[in-house]
Design a protein around this ligand. Structure first.
Ligand code: ZN
Length: 138
């Protein structure tokens, strides 16, 4: 069995954003030389997510509105976590959108369902953060 590991770095200039990272994950697969196996992709921060869904801007707007309803950023004083920081909402948004995805790797390609793409969800940006890509197989 072969294995491959790479960290993808992001420095999102806004507090929140959704970024399609499928091309970077596909580049990792090419670099790994692995054709059959599993691809794990996870945020390495507790205020960011990796998830799979549609690359459709209306949906991303809807996610942002939905997440703000469930865990509004303001007022920051509503959260006990926000002593010396202001990112309690980001921890909750990450919990809702998830930590990682696992995708089957078949014949050198991500074995996606229709419209599936991999996204990095940033909820407390404006600093360097990373995503782990781990590929195992043959
Ligand atoms: Zn925090």
């Amino acid at each position: 069995m072969k294995s491959f590991r790479k960290e993808l770095w992001f420095d999102v200039p806004t507090r929140r954003a959704f970024i399609n990272i499928t091309p970077q994950v596909e580049a990792c697969i090419r670099q790994s030389g692995i054709k059959e196996g599993l691809v794990l992709c996870n945020a390495m921060h507790i205020t960011a997510s990796v998830f799979i869904n549609d690359d459709e801007s209306g949906l991303h707007h809807d996610y942002d509105v939905w997440l703000e309803k469930l865990a509004p950023h303001e007022p920051v004083s509503q959260y006990r976590h926000n002593v010396g920081e202001d990112n309690a909402d980001a921890h909750m948004k990450r919990q809702l959108m998830g930590r990682e995805v696992v995708v089957a790797l078949t014949e050198g390609k991500l074995d996606f369902g229709t419209w599936e793409q991999i996204f990095y969800g940033e909820f407390d940006g404006r600093r360097r953060k990373r995503v782990l890509v781990k590929i195992i197989g043959e």
